[in-house]
Design a protein around this ligand. Structure first.
Ligand code: SF4
Ligand code: MG
Length: 320
């Protein structure tokens, strides 16, 4: 079965302005050979610290960034380098939710216009059909009908994200790329928005690529989880396997920072030491070797491949 979304060996390098090193253009390897797929009705969580390349991956999939190399396939169609015009029909199938709904919503439009705006660019609904569609979208995301006449600044953070979700749903997409959609919200509101997204998935058969910086946020919603570190995918598997038997030391460290309810167990945990190295100068060998408690000689010489270490469980570590 063809995956809904397939990312193959995706790379995004940014040249650094004025950055010449040994006469060669210096580059940031923001995304460095990432491959994964998302199936219909599935949520793939992508987790990693800020700067690991997860947002750039999302933007490349949405064609907001041009990939340096690799392939992006939507239902088997290669959309990696197609033009804006050729992208038009695919935009409908693939929508986005951003971290900061306030910045991503047009402040001068009323909520009803914001949600209905994508409908103007696609299809040919009559004004009445359009009003009905917008009313339906407001109901779906749990916003009151009279909220249609208000402006974004009159909404709370959680309501604004509901607005962003309603707008993303306007064109009946099949997949939504959600880039830290709840990271800016209060913890109590986060759960409400995640639950809403899960309900919508069940009702509409949606797929999500859910990007977040910590495992706690993606834990509930994801079917599978990929962990990124310095532009690379270091582990990917189903949620249960990842939480039960993480294979990469970085994933283990991330798991240790997931809040656990039992305070007696808390003291046994280690915390990840040190900062993420600059993507300008990624370490040679395994890119996690500067922070890894298990690093051996080989880790400084040879880069570990992402490979299957247990059925359906991929990890990039020499010790597995
Ligand atoms: Fe640690 Fe070596 Fe495994 Fe990298 S390859 S995660 S440095 S043990
Ligand atoms: Mg980001």
């Amino acid at each position: 079965e063809t995956p809904l979304l397939e990312v193959k060996n995706l790379t995004k390098h940014f040249p650094i302005r004025g950055g010449l090193r040994n006469r060669e253009q210096a580059r940031v390897y923001a995304v460095d050979g990432v491959s994964f797929s998302v199936h219909a009705g599935e949520t793939l969580g992508i987790v990693g610290e800020s700067g690991c390349g997860k947002s750039t991956t999302g933007k490349a999939i949405l064609r907001l960034e041009d990939p340096t190399s690799g392939q992006i396939l939507l239902k088997g169609n290669d959309i990696t380098h197609i033009s804006r015009r050729e992208m038009h029909p695919y935009r409908q199938q693939m929508q986005v939710i951003f971290q900061d709904p306030y910045a991503s919503l047009n402040q001068r439009l009323r909520a009803g216009e914001i949600v209905g705006e994508p409908l103007g660019n696609y299809g040919n609904l009559t004004p009445t059909e359009r009003r009905e569609k917008v009313a339906d979208l407001f109901a779906r995301v749990g916003l009151r009908q009279d909220a249609m006449h208000r402006f974004p600044y009159e909404f709370s953070g959680g309501q604004r994200q509901r607005l962003g979700i309603a707008r993303a749903l306007a064109l009946n997409p099949e997949i939504i790329i959600a880039d830290e959609p709840v990271s800016a919200l209060d913890v109590s509101v986060q759960a409400q928005v995640v639950n809403l997204m899960m309900d919508l998935q069940e009702e509409l058969g949606l797929s999500y690529l859910f990007i977040a910086h910590d495992l706690a946020i993606v834990q509930h919603i994801s079917h599978r989880i990929g962990v990124m570190y310095l532009g690379k995918l270091v582990e990917i598997t189903d949620k249960q396997s990842l939480f039960r038997s993480p294979q990469h030391p970085y994933t283990e460290a991330l798991l240790e920072s997931v809040p656990i309810p039992d305070p007696r167990k808390r003291k046994a945990r280690k915390v990840l030491k040190g900062d993420v190295p600059s993507p300008l100068k990624p370490p040679k060998g395994c890119n996690f070797n500067t922070r890894c408690p298990f690093a051996v000689d080989r880790c400084f010489k040879e880069e570990p491949e992402l490979r299957e270490v247990a059925p359906g469980h991929m990890a990039a570590c020499h010790l597995r």
